[in-house]
Design a protein around this ligand. Sequence first.
Ligand code: MSP
Length: 593
Amino acid sequence: MLRASVLRLLGRAGASRVSLLEDSGPRHYCSGSLRARDDACDARAYLTTPIFYVNAAPHIGHLYSALLADALCRHRRLIVPCAAATRFSTGTDEHGLKIQQAAATAGLAPTELCDRVSSQFQQLFREAGISSTDFIRTTEVRHQIAVQHFWGVLKTRGLLYKGLYEGWYCASDECFLPEAKVTRQPGSSGDSCPVSLESGHPVFWTKEENYIFRLSQFREPLQRWLRADPRAITPEPFHHAVLQWLEEELPDLSVSRKSSHLHWGIPVPGDDSQTIYVWLDALVNYLTVIGYPNAEFKSWWPATSHIIGKDILKFHAIYWPALLLGAGMSPPHRIYVHSHWTVCGQKMSKSLGNVVDPRTCLDRYTVDGFRYFLLRQGVPNWDCDYYDEKVVKLLDSELADALGGLLNRCTANRINPSGTYPVFCTTCFPSEPGLVGPSVRAQAEDYALVSAVATLPKQVTDHYDNFQIYKALEALSSCVRQTNGFVQRHAPWKLNWENPVDAPWLGTVLHVALECLRVFGTLLQPVTPSLADKLLSRLGVSATERSVGELYFLPRFYGHPCPFEGRKLGPDTGLLFPRLDQSRAWLVKAHRT
Ligand code: MSP
């Protein structure tokens, strides 16, 4: 059985299950009873990234969207180890005016551009350890079938009509804009150009006969959905923003373009003179992946969580749920929203020449290092600024010095010559704080450490639930600091294994620190999978002992046997994370150029 907070992460498919963890077991055994086994396979969850435009190569903002989804997904797998219970899709958005124009500018056929850039995304995601189970391209036949079927359902339900659409269109954002969302900017030749108020991208006037979706009918149903489920859009400020938008009038939405203007897309069934609007096409990808229109899709829908950037909130939180309701389906379970990365204080853009190439970053900082940086520093509620020195500083202090140093202190041959997980002495560290006696060595701060680390898995899960992964890492990093303080306080290097008074306490100090490291390694797996593997392997933790359900932090303290006690440590495979500031020639060079 699964606990409530986990079930929240899982989606509705598991929502009726009963919580076990929150009300059972000793307090500090917080993850001990969290044993998700075969029944967890029924509690399915489907996570998605947005599908990425193929007009240009991927940048760190795209990688960030994918990493957030990957970390959520990997964290869920730690709690529900049944592989079949989690599905995770990503892909590329290949149709529309934006791609049609980009291909023309590059002098390529649209398919060539799509193949080229889609494979860049696939390669980047492979290199960055994005553990998706599905990759979709909207140019695939299965997708055309799904989109045309979905269109047919809307048509049959009387939600599409033909009408004259007149207004602004922004090809970069692939969206229609009302007059109030358009402003003027001086163009290159000094004339005034209409641009989108929000994105600053150019817009043009369009007037044509299109198919129109009765979006206006869905204002109240959308309000009801959001009011009934205040966590539907997380974090809360985005939920609030959508409700605010819904206070205003919701006009019907044009959902096709004349094929003579837009040929690069999916034709409207039965009317080749019209091409389906790229956002309708793109959003349906979430259904295509799970087999729509075949009934199999129902086992994944609506247990779905979409991870998206704030710029595409309106499409996911208004258009998409309205289209789904129109087609007789439920809105997605969750929409997790993140903000953007800027670079040295500026918006990232090709024209400013400040686009940060994620593959260079993965090379420089390692895959685990860069994943850690983006997830530790990226705050979903606000934009975050990127610059190289920030990465170096963070990784050196948190991964190399604090975590790597801690591991080294507890496993180095000179302090742990037997290379084992030492024995915990309950007399030196009794479970009752405040006891006094000649052999009692633990101090008040040591109890505070045990309590902090014991509650860390639950805290981390709650932060993941709230889409505040950076807070999970902040809490973890604070526990690492506390553990270093513990080691520093008791200075095991001053204790002597040969001395019968020192030895039990020396073993206990190392045992506690190794137990803390085991928790850190387990909880870091979603963010830094290889580094966590290296850490856990060094501690001698086997592959089957790495789920949150298997954690059982410091069982000896609670009077239970510890399977690690006396066990040989794993082989020493070198520094956990080498400092970067010594190998920074590229950084100095980058600044000179
Ligand atoms: N194709 C649409 C999504 C369709 S989903 C049915 C699209 N593509 S995109 O390539 O422009 O953006 C994909 C994701 O990257 C979005 O979540 C977007 O917010 C994110 N990012 C793009 N630039 C970003 C930053 N500078 N920082 C963080 N994420 C950003 O929109």
